[in-house]
Design a protein around this ligand. Structure first.
Ligand code: MOS
Length: 705
């Protein structure tokens, strides 16, 4: 085997310690500046006008009433907006064409002296359009469903093996559209200074925003500065540049003033991406001892015409999850006239694992086996998809450790056996997994002659604690405390670094920071420990370090346990206890790591029970556009919740030995909850979320109550 192996790195404090967030005080006192907190002198305000139909053409933009509002500056639309250069991402080609690709697409932008004026103007703009009937409904028979290249894999002879299996599970699972809804809506403040464009943007990765703006406005990248110093969450919705930042820059150009645009929450589902709905068929063929011989996972999903290459890659985790000689995965996608879906926390993986981990629970019931034993029995020696070894894989250890902590041994052997008054009580388990990847990054470390260090990298802290953990990595490498260095992140003026996404931020940035600080230490040693008058600066890039041929599958794993109580009168399911046990390499800051894993689990609980939206077939978008109609779990929904991790050593990841944890926590959670609902009630929830009306009906239909 080739590939870099990292020795036992002598990591010392402060790495691995629960260092509180360095920006905690700034955030709670309000001095931390988010994108919309910047108000340059003369700043104007913008408010979008959404397309009123799902498909068609804008035939007229009536501006007179809007321009009569006091403080009105401009109404931009396709007929007068500045022309943009080519964008790879067509969602960014805003106001360039009269064609309407989906309802809610921005067809005009009101710009005014004040925010209320911009809002009043937007309401007064009248859009005339020629609508055409949209194609909105995904069905397994949809004529435009295609299987893109690489979206299919097959090993052995699945049909024969499935047909010949003693025990067969064949079930279809569905997930509705789900929305990211970060606390801070997408916002940008843009300003042209001479020929330069300076933008404060709420983004998970400002380098990509800079590159996109440079291409669209036909500038050199160094003529564009993007600042994302503090970001109030993203969950993938800010992982790539979004239309708001282009609109802000365009408006600033048009009115020749700085412009601020914060998207109203009601437009986030249409403009910032969401988890597209999936229809997933899973087939498992096993012997009576629960040995899976055949596994198939087929997913149908959709995208928009603006994002033709997008799809929920929901079969990806299935490829590497359980051993079975006969395998089949396939993802099909249809272009519909809907808002563009995009990344949402553990895109693909989260959706797929709901289906597969539900099917495994169905198999456990069919074989009358404990679901943990069933998973242990199907543990692969190597990645069944590629034949490569795992760099580390401790799924079974997570399941067993979780079982001990959760009190799994006391679990009733069959469903619907425990009743307390109106409540049926049950417990469920599911596996978690997510890829552990690294992207090239650069970083700079500087030693001051008078003592103290500065570490610079364009990493983004979207609320995870990235700023803090990077300071810990730097301090640990330099052998100092976090208070002896300054860390500067969140600006494109700093060394280029990848986005906060794909759970690879800390691994990617941390590697570069470690390399820069290690090199700086050596340079200081060359000067016998005395930093020369001009200071010492080291800039590094990890592209070459990452170029080694990769012979391993690198993934994090975990096990989630849920206890639910289902009210037989109302059909309401509540999660009483939730436990996650994870194996994610070295945990670099237990305080912020716990918080991220916990946040993922809560988001998964929310996906299981309350989060749902509808692709409305009359209008062509999602009616659930606020936090009242789209219920994200809040404190009252979350009772006892606990996070643990194994001390996992993996020397084939990165110098820190860490795996990403941003997404792992949400993967599998929903299945753990719905598996628990089955154990409580005997009702199998195949369509998320498990809401009271459906659950009540199913319990009645099955004669449970
Ligand atoms: Mo994450 S969905 O890769 O920001």
């Amino acid at each position: 085997m080739t590939g870099t192996t990292f020795g036992a790195v002598p990591w010392g404090p402060p790495l691995g310690e629960p260092v509180p967030r360095l920006d905690g005080r700034a955030k709670v006192t309000g001095s931390a500046r988010y994108a919309a907190d910047h108000t340059p002198a003369g700043c104007a305000h913008a408010w979008p006008v959404p397309a009123p139909v799902a498909k068609g053409t804008v035939t007229a933009v009536h501006r007179a009433a809007a321009m009569a509002e006091p403080g009105a500056l401009s109404v931009l639309a396709h007929d007068d907006a500045p022309r943009l250069g080519d964008a790879d991402d067509r969602t960014l080609a805003v106001l360039q064409s009269p064609r309407i690709a989906h309802r809610g697409q921005v067809v005009a932008l009101a710009v005014a002296e004040t925010l209320p004026a911009a809002r009043a103007m937007a309401a007064a703009v009248r859009i005339e359009c020629a609508p055409v009937p949209p194609d909105l409904e995904l069905t397994p028979e949809h004529p435009r469903l295609v299987t893109p290249e690489g979206a299919e894999s097959a090993q052995g002879d699945f049909p024969a093996a499935f047909h010949g299996a003693q025990v067969r599970i064949d079930a279809v699972y569905s997930i509705p559209p789900l929305h990211n809804h970060p606390m801070e809506p997408h916002a940008a403040t843009a300003q042209w200074l001479g020929g330069r464009l300076v933008v404060f943007d709420s983004s998970q990765g400002s380098n990509a925003v800079r590159d996109a703006l440079a291409a669209l406005f036909e500038l050199e990248p160094d003529q564009v500065s993007v600042v994302s110093e503090h970001v109030g969450g993203g969950f993938g919705a800010k992982g790539t540049p979004r239309p708001h930042v282009v609109l802000a820059a365009m408006a600033a150009m048009a009115v020749n003033r700085p412009v601020k645009l914060a998207l109203p929450r009601g437009l986030l589902p249409a403009l910032t991406g969401y988890r597209a709905s999936t229809l997933q068929r899973v087939r498992l063929g096993a012997d009576t001892e629960g040995r899976v011989r055949a596994i198939a996972h087929e997913v149908d999903t959709y995208t928009s015409p603006l994002s033709p290459d997008w799809r929920e890659r929901a079969t990806q985790p299935t490829r590497s999850l359980y051993a079975a000689p006969h395998r089949l995965t396939r993802e099909r996608v249809a272009p519909l006239d809907v808002p563009s879906p995009s990344w949402m926390r553990a895109p693909g993986e989260c959706s797929g694992m709901f289906a597969v981990e539900s099917a495994m629970d169905e198999l456990a019931v069919a074989c009358a086996m404990d679901p943990i034993e069933l998973r242990a029995r199907n543990e692969p020696d190597v990645d069944p998809h590629t034949g490569r070894p795992f760099s580390s894989r401790h799924l079974v250890e997570c399941l067993r450790a979780g079982a001990d902590r959760f009190g799994w041994a006391d679990r009733d052997p069959a469903p619907a056996m425990r009743r307390q008054g109106r409540l049926l009580i049950g417990s469920g388990v599911a596996a978690s997994t997510y890829p552990a990847e690294v992207i090239p990054s650069s970083a700079r470390a500087h030693a001051n002659p008078g003592g103290g260090f500065l570490v610079e990298i364009n990493a983004t802290d979207i609320g995870t604690g990235a700023r803090t953990v990077l300071a810990q990595i730097a301090a640990s490498t330099l052998g100092i405390g976090v208070d002896e260095l300054e860390i500067d992140i969140g600006r494109t003026d700093l060394p280029r670094a990848p986005l906060a996404g794909g759970s690879c931020g800390t691994a990617s940035w941390g590697w570069a920071v470690h390399k820069a600080c290690g090199e700086l230490s050596r340079r200081i040693d060359e000067h016998q420990g005395a930093v020369p008058a001009g200071g010492l600066t080291v800039t590094v890039d990890t592209t070459e370090d990452l170029a080694t041929d990769d012979q391993y599958t690198r993934r994090s794993f975990g096990a989630q346990f849920a206890e639910v109580a289902v009210d037989v009168d109302t059909g309401e399911a509540r999660v009483r206890r939730l436990l996650g046990v994870f194996a994610a390499g070295r945990i670099l800051n237990p305080r912020t790591a716990r918080s991220q894993l916990l946040g993922g689990m809560i988001m998964g609980l929310s996906m299981a029970l309350t989060e749902t939206s509808t692709l409305d077939l009359a209008f062509g978008d999602h009616p659930e556009r606020d936090l009242a109609s789209y219920h994200v779990a809040s404190c009252a929904d979350v009772r006892e919740i606990d996070v643990h991790w194994l001390a996992e050593e993996d020397s084939r990841l990165n110098p820190m030995g860490s795996k990403g944890i941003g997404e792992l926590g949400i993967v599998g959670t929903a299945a753990a909850v719905t598996n628990a609902i089955h154990h409580a009630t005997g009702v199998r929830v195949r369509d998320l979320p498990a809401q009271p009306d459906a659950l009540l009906e199913a319990m009645i239909a099955q004669g449970r109550i």
